[in-house]
Structure formats: structure tokens, C-alpha cells
Design a protein around this ligand. Structure first.
Ligand code: SME
Length: 149
């Protein structure tokens, strides 16, 4: 239900806004504010000049790593597999990148443009263990799809 409300609010705020940075920044800010368990919320963008690397995009929370290679950590796994990653305990994830040691669990969704190209990943980290499951993926999917809607 909270995701349904968030989707409605994001849709209303983004009405007529076509700038991608503005759309990502709005989604990151509104999602971060909607859930107490969201400790870090934001986008890593596929770098246009180095296509095997992600670079930090709009986010809310503590300082994020600036660059992540495809295949590295949870974000890099989402980018290279093009599949959502849900990690109950980041300490159990091989190659996890600890931008902030307070992060304990996370969900990362790939973000595609209208042509189906991978353009970014959306990363949410929590200080709680096992904060995310399939309901979060189902709730976040239409919200992050708004970036290129
Ligand atoms: N934990 C992420 C890195 C990004 S941040 O924590 C902001 C990962 O392993 O992909």
C-alpha cells in the first residue's frame, strides 16, 4: 500500500518533467523519505564513456562510492546480470562493496530505457538485516520504471 501511494505521488510530481536527472532525483528523494528502513537510496548510472562501469547518480543518504565496475558488488551484479538483486546480509555477498559499513542488506533493480537498454541501477541499502523481499521488488519496479516512462 505504501508503494502504491508512493507511485501515485511520484507520478504526480513528475508530470510533464522530461529531464532524466530531475526524474531520478525526485524518485530517490521521495522513496528515501517514504520508508524509515531506507538508509541509502539512489541511482548508479551506466557510464556513457566506459560502458563496463557505473558512476554515481542522484541519491539520498551518506556518501556513496563514486564508481562501481560491472560485476563488482551488488550493484555491479545487478548491472551485469540485468536482474534484481536482493541481499539479506551483505557480509555474505562475495565482493560486496562497503561504501558505508552501516549497510546490512540491500535491493538493487536494473533500470532500462524504452528501447530496453540498461541505463542505470536503483540501489536501496538498509541498516537492518533482511529488510527487503519480493514485495519491495514488486513495489519499486513501477516506481523506477518512471525514470524513462
Ligand atoms: N553496497 C553497494 C555499493 C553501493 S552503496 O552501498 C551506496 C554494492 O555492493 O553494490
Amino acid at each position: 500500500m505504501r508503494y502504491a501511494n508512493l507511485l501515485r505521488e511520484v507520478t504526480s510530481v513528475l508530470d510533464a518533467e522530461t529531464n532524466i536527472t530531475a526524474r531520478m532525483a525526485t524518485i530517490a528523494a521521495m522513496a528515501h523519505d517514504a520508508f524509515d528502513a531506507f538508509f541509502w537510496t539512489g541511482f548508479y548510472l551506466v557510464d556513457e564513456t566506459r560502458s563496463d562501469e557505473l558512476v554515481i547518480g542522484p541519491y539520498q543518504g551518506t556518501l556513496g562510492c563514486l564508481r562501481i565496475k560491472f560485476g563488482q558488488g551488488v550493484c555491479g551484479a545487478a548491472a551485469s546480470s540485468r536482474k534484481t538483486q536482493i541481499v539479506q546480509d551483505v557480509h555474505d555477498f562475495p565482493g560486496h562493496i562497503a561504501c558505508d559499513p552501516r549497510s546490512r542488506s540491500e535491493i538493487v533493480l536494473p533500470v532500462f530505457d524504452k528501447a530496453g537498454g540498461l541505463r542505470a541501477v536503483f540501489d536501496v541499502d538498509s541498516e537492518k538485516l533482511a529488510a527487503f523481499d519480493g514485495d519491495d521488488e514488486a513495489g519499486l519496479r513501477p516506481i523506477v520504471s518512471m525514470v524513462f516512462a
